[in-house]
Design a protein around this ligand. Structure first.
Ligand code: ZN
Length: 486
């Protein structure tokens, strides 16, 4: 039997659900529209709704008040490709299998778009290409998949400025349909870019200072050339520019909300705003950016969910939740029962909101296939496995194009890292608490074993995918591949 045989049973299940009490306690049945917005590289703790003091996010803060803020939501990977694939399949990276940049999702792994398309939803995505290009399998199940950003032209209009008019036109043609709209943008992603005036104001207000001794070290990591570190006076200056980009993006997201409001589609829709990973700002003395390791700054993501018609308005959820929980939450909210969708590793968050799950197991996992490192998070602790020396020399150092390999090697954690929840950056407590590390290692191992069992039930999801030359140039500008070799 094919690994995903759920489709065959759909007809029967629908019939049963139709005459029973399928209920989700929604007063007027499931919503007809769902919108998922992924703001690539957005750290949760740089938004007002997560306690940030600089006014980066007035629109998203208002949105957060109308919905639910998941305070402790964590990504399952720290770079764009595997993380978005987890968002749109409800599977851990090792299960959907798209963990290397030449991977493509196998056809037999159903995506959120495919499930909703099978249920009669019109499906459309507007993205900034790169590691969200449709050809990685992201376009599976979408009637419209726009990833046509003019990557060859660095000066072309990009991001939401490019896609908002396209979305506006698309909405014109589909305002009466049931639909799933997925919007992705690199607007917050480095190289940080905000309108000049905003950027100037925020950077002028940033504390003066300098990079000190760390400047030469960071500049020796040539992968970071895409961030143009030499233009910043200090780390604070760089962070101010990142924040100005968030503020700019926040205004664009408000325009998207306005497009929905103008057609009466905002109130009644399920709308999710999240990110695929955060951004490190040298908190662990290692680097600036994301995707090379598992760190708190890179795993903690915003997750804001506005349920239709004010349901759960103003709630804040403290339990640990995972990005893979988004798809099951959407499907349950949209009235798709468990037997009508593929097996997923995420869990619907609705029981948490309805107070039906008093024993929610608050754990999150993340993995990094290139760095061969794993993370387990519990309500009290975060455990991160070490990057082995041979991986450091075989992957991390060459990937970051370190001109001084030993300086980088010295800074990498050589052993397990243990952090108390909510206290980061803090000293690594692993040395003081060996028994706790052992217990958490066992829990991590149990998870890895259950993941392998799950994976054996669903086909290994990987197919090969080749890059075009223009894609390589574009990814390089986003800092994924390092500068061109001379
Ligand atoms: Zn990303």
């Amino acid at each position: 039997m094919a690994p995903f045989s759920w489709v065959a049973g759909v007809g029967i299940v629908v019939a049963i659900a139709g005459c029973g009490s399928s209920d989700h306690s929604d007063r007027e049945g499931p919503p007809r529209r769902v919108v998922v917005i992924s703001l690539d590289t957005l750290r949760a703790d740089h938004l007002g709704s997560y306690g940030y003091e600089r006014p980066t996010s007035p629109a998203l803060d208002r949105f957060a008040q109308e919905g639910v803020v998941f305070e402790r939501a964590y990504a399952q990977a720290t770079w764009t490709l595997p993380s978005h694939m987890s968002l749109l399949t409800g599977l851990y990276p090792d299960s959907h299998g798209v963990v290397h940049d030449e991977h493509r999702l196998a056809d037999e792994v159903p995506t959120l778009a495919e499930v909703l398309q099978d249920r009669g939803f019109e499906t459309a995505a507007f993205t900034d290409n790169g590691f969200v290009a449709g050809s990685f399998g992201f376009s599976d199940g979408f009637d419209t998949y726009d990833d046509h950003v003019a990557v060859a032209d660095p000066d072309a209009v990009k991001g939401l400025e490019r896609t908002l008019p396209l979305i506006d036109r698309w909405l014109d043609g589909h305002a009466d349909d049931d639909f799933f709209l997925f919007v992705h943008t690199f607007d917050v992603h480095g190289p940080y870019q905000a309108p000049e005036e905003l950027e100037r104001e925020w950077r002028e207000n940033a504390a003066d200072g300098s990079w000190g001794d760390e400047g030469p070290y960071l500049r020796s990591l040539r992968l970071l050339d895409y961030l143009q570190l030499e233009q910043y006076r200090s780390l604070e200056d760089l962070i101010a520019d990142y924040d100005a980009g968030i503020r700019h993006t926040d205004g664009l997201v408000e325009r998207l909300f306005d497009q929905l409001r103008a057609r009466g589609l905002y109130e009644g829709s399920l709308i999710v705003v999240t990110s695929d990973h955060g951004e490190s700002f040298f908190e662990d003395g290692f680097y600036v950016g994301h995707g090379v390791q598992l760190s708190e700054a890179e795993m903690h993501i915003p997750l804001l969910v506005k349920f239709p018609d004010g349901r759960f308005e103003g709630r804040r959820v403290e339990e640990i939740v995972e990005m893979i929980d988004v798809m099951p939450t959407i499907l349950e909210t949209m009235g798709v029962s468990e037997t009508q969708h593929p097996p997923m590793q995420g869990r619907s968050l609705r029981p948490l909101l309805l107070g039906e799950d008093s024993e929610w197991s608050s754990v999150a996992f993340a993995s990094h296939a290139y760095a061969q490192t794993w993370c387990l998070r519990t309500p009290q602790w975060t455990l991160i496995s070490p990057i082995e020396p041979w991986i450091a020399r075989g992957y991390v150092i060459p990937h970051l194009k370190a001109e001084n390999p030993e300086a980088l090697f010295e800074r990498l954690p050589k052993d397990y890292q243990l952090y108390r929840a909510g206290e980061w950056p803090t000293p690594n407590l692993a040395g003081e608490q060996p028994q706790r590390v052992e217990a958490l290692k066992k829990q991590l191992l149990r998870w890895k074993r259950s993941e392998i069992r799950f994976r054996q039930q669903v086909a290994r999801a990987v197919e090969r995918r080749d890059f075009h030359e223009w894609e390589i140039d574009y990814l390089r500008r986003l800092g994924y591949l390092g500068p061109k070799e001379d």
